[in-house]
Design a protein around this ligand. Structure first.
Ligand code: KPL
Length: 315
């Protein structure tokens, strides 16, 4: 099989390292596709450098910036940020065959409708609680183990079902805790609830995930943000498996010393995924006429922070 990963950020490199570990023992082929030709070149020469605790391992991989150099993809992981997704989809289009399995790995729910824009490829969706941080081109720190779920939103044909199951086995062979989910929509929303509660608040208050439970007032705000998202999910008929607020509190505790991805973005003055997370909740809430004052305020504050990047830069 020919695997392609688009976007060698922290998650792309993690999936890349795990696939590289497994395909080294098979005839399968792995490529990294990156719009940044300098970085692609670096990864092609040096491979992916995977770091966990005090252990490092280098995985040789093919990488390039031109999809024509890759020929075709049987399975393609889209590991770019949600706001780069449309551009990434166009970029990798030459690789898509009828039945290519196209796996969207974004945070939030803003991208789910893009499944209508994949031509004859077959869309699948993934979500993960693995903790990974990018340390440079092709270099990642695997900060914490998690679980990865992959699944279909629409009923797949048998060939695609088998292809997804094979992909999951290969990830498992590379020692990633992955499994096929028959209710991926529930999983995606479960991850969304946690991101709604943690990401914006930690970015605004410049605090660690665990501090949301100790700084006065933040726990309450987190609870209300998550409850608004839960109301939206209920109105949309999304099956919810466990209490979203309690799940968010549990993640605050289990990742107490983590710098959330949105706080990392703000610290590096990068665009955040606010539109795909709290912004997506607001858009869905409007359709069901649900008020979301806490999420409205979180989005406004993050947008304000993003706007100030350019003011600070031009000073
Ligand atoms: O997914 C995360 C993120 O930072 O985006 C959480 C679960 C909040 C962990 O930091």
């Amino acid at each position: 099989m020919r695997f392609v990963i688009v976007g060698p950020g922290a998650l792309g490199c993690l999936v890349g390292a795990k696939l590289a570990e497994a395909v080294a023992r098979t005839d399968d082929v792995l490529w990294i596709l990156d719009h940044d030709s300098k970085r692609a070149d670096h990864i092609h020469r040096k491979g992916i450098l995977y770091e966990k605790f005090d252990r490092q391992k280098r995985y040789p991989v093919n990488a390039c910036a031109d999809p024509r150099g890759i020929e075709r993809a049987d399975v393609l992981f889209l590991c770019v940020k949600s706001y780069h997704l449309e551009a990434a989809l166009e970029f990798c289009r030459p690789l898509l065959q009828p039945r290519t399995l196209l796996i969207f790995m974004q945070n939030g729910i803003g991208h789910l409708d893009l499944r209508d824009r994949v031509g004859e490829a077959v869309p699948a969706f993934g979500c993960t609680s693995e903790g990974a941080t990018s340390l440079g081109a092709g270099h990642l720190r695997h900060a914490g183990d998690g679980t990865t779920f992959l699944g279909f939103l629409d009923r797949p044909d048998d060939t695609s079902r088998v292809l997804l199951a094979k992909t999951v086995s290969i990830l498992q062979a590379g020692r990633l805790a992955a499994s096929v989910s028959e209710n991926i929509l529930t999983r995606l929303w479960a991850k969304l609830f946690v991101n709604v509660g943690i990401n914006a608040l930690t970015a605004i208050h410049d605090c660690m995930n665990g501090e949301l439970l100790t700084i006065a007032g933040l726990g309450q705000e987190m609870r209300e943000a998550v409850r608004e998202a839960e109301q939206v999910a209920v109105a949309k008929g999304i099956p919810i498996e466990s209490d979203p607020y309690q799940a968010t509190v549990a993640v605050c505790k289990s990742t107490a010393r983590n710098i959330s991805s949105m706080r990392q973005d703000v610290l590096k003055k990068r665009r955040t995924e606010i539109d795909a997370i709290n912004g997506a909740v607001i858009r869905e809430a409007l359709l069901s006429q649900i008020a979301t004052p806490v999420n409205d305020s979180l989005v406004k504050q993050i947008k304000e922070i993003e706007k100030n990047y350019s003011t600070q830069r031009s000073r």
